[in-house]
Write a protein that binds this ligand. Structure first.
Ligand code: SF4
Ligand code: SF4
Length: 134
C-alpha cells in the first residue's frame, strides 16, 4: 500500500464533472482531501491517495485523460529542533493545525502527517527553523 500527495488542478469547465467521484469508485482508492479551493480560475485539490502503486498509476492516468493537471508533492516540511525557539508564530499561521503547544513545557511540537506543505510557517518562522526538502 502506497500513499502519495498530489495537487490537482481543474479548469473551470471541469469543476462540475464527477471526476473525483469516479476516480475513487473505479479505482477503489482511499483518498484524503487535504485542501480544496474553487474560484473563477478553476479548482485546486490537495489530495493523498492510499492504494497499490498500480491503482494509483491508473487513477493518475484517468485524471490526465480527463485533462486534470497533476503535480506530485515530493517535498516535505521539516522542523530544525535546534533552531526552534518555541515562539509559537507557526501555530497561528498553520491552516491545518500541524503544530501543537505542550501546555506543561510550552514547547511547540510539529505533526508531520498533518502538513500540506503550504509553506506559511516557513515564511513566518523568525529563526528559520522550518524548511522544505525531500
Ligand atoms: S515559528 Fe519557528 S521558532 Fe517559532 S515555534 Fe514555530 S518552528 Fe519554532
Ligand atoms: S507548511 Fe503549511 S501546513 Fe505544513 S506545517 Fe507549515 S503552515 Fe502547516
Amino acid at each position: 500500500m502506497s500513499s502519495n500527495r498530489y495537487l490537482l488542478f481543474f479548469s473551470p469547465d471541469l469543476i462540475n464533472e464527477p471526476i473525483t467521484y469516479r476516480m475513487v469508485k473505479d479505482f477503489d482508492l482511499m483518498i484524503n482531501i487535504l485542501r480544496a479551493e474553487i474560484d473563477d480560475t478553476g479548482g485546486r485539490l490537495m489530495i493523498s491517495f492510499q492504494g497499490s502503486p498500480q491503482q494509483i498509476k491508473s487513477a493518475l492516468k484517468y485524471l490526465t485523460d480527463n485533462k486534470v493537471e497533476i503535480k506530485e508533492l515530493n517535498e516535505y516540511v521539516h522542523k530544525d529542533a535546534d533552531r526552534c525557539t518555541d515562539c509559537g508564530m507557526c501555530v497561528s499561521v498553520c491552516p491545518v493545525g500541524a503544530f501543537v503547544i505542550d501546555k506543561e513545557t510550552w514547547k511547540v511540537g510539529f505533526i508531520n502527517d498533518k502538513c500540506i506543505a503550504c509553506g506559511m510557517c516557513i515564511d513566518a518562522c523568525p529563526p528559520g527553523a522550518m524548511k522544505l526538502g525531500q
